[in-house]
Ligand binder design. Structure first.
Ligand SMILES: [Zn+2]
Ligand SMILES: [Zn+2]
Length: 234
């Protein structure tokens, strides 16, 4: 611990490098049971080696989704402070917690690169920063993985996804992203996003990455929305 800070949630003292006290960290909504592919929270564990019904019916383009937790309090509040109010200490605290989760999952096979989900330049100008890029930066440094910001771009602005159904989201994102540059030499990458809801965005990018020859695409995010396939939040 390098000094004392103030917990973002309860204002108690906490390790400066954490921004959350031990009690608040213990209350984060962990996904006890989840689908090993799409990462959705499940009420009961799946038999070993199996995936959820939604993944069986419609396999996602990515191989695995890892999340810090479910999209229930206090994660939405912490993410909103980071994303909409620009409280970067909240983003850093969340990134550190996610890092601990990833370290246990990636103990043998680290991705070759982290790719943040790009924001359209017009939205980037309005917000001032890309929350996925800030998050990816915080993860890349301690993991020693390159951050690839040049491969994937958003080529057209799309209306916000909030309030759209899964089908509407997929249509909304069609041809929204493009891969640039020379043929990609990564074999295994992880896409970084803040919240994964219907998977439309990460699925769209993952399918482009797979078409470009990348063998393994993982998704890492702060929160995974939904329990048992039922949407519970935005
Ligand atoms: Zn606290
Ligand atoms: Zn699944």
């Amino acid at each position: 611990m390098d000094g004392c800070g103030v917990c973002l949630l309860c204002a108690d003292t906490c390790p400066l490098d954490m921004s959350l006290c031990a009690a608040c960290r213990a209350c984060l909504p962990r996904l006890l049971h989840r689908c090993p592919q799409c990462g959705i929270g499940l009420n009961t564990p799946l038999p070993k080696g199996s995936i959820c019904g939604a993944c069986l019916r419609r396999p996602p383009a990515f191989d695995r989704c890892l999340a810090l937790g479910a999209y229930t309090s206090p994660l939405p509040e912490l993410i909103a402070r980071f994303k909409f109010q620009g409280v970067l200490s909240s983003g850093r605290a969340l990134a550190r917690l996610l890092l601990a989760e990833l370290a246990s999952q990636w103990d043998t096979r680290l991705p070759d690169a982290l790719i943040p989900v790009p924001l359209h330049p017009s939205r980037l100008r309005a917000r001032g920063f890309n929350q996925s890029l800030e998050l990816a930066r915080e993860l890349a440094r301690p993991l020693g993985i390159p951050l690839d910001m040049s491969l994937c771009h958003r080529k057209r602005s799309t209306p916000p996804q909030k309030g759209l159904s899964a089908r509407e989201r997929a249509v909304n994102l069609r041809e929204a992203f493009v891969l640039d540059g020379p043929p990609c030499h990564w074999r295994h990458v992880a896409l970084v996003d803040d919240v994964v809801t219907t998977m439309a965005t990460v699925n769209e990018i993952a399918s482009l990455l797979k078409k470009a020859g990348i063998e393994r695409v993982e998704v890492v995010c702060l929160a995974r929305v939904g329990i048992d396939g039922i949407r519970t939040g935005t």
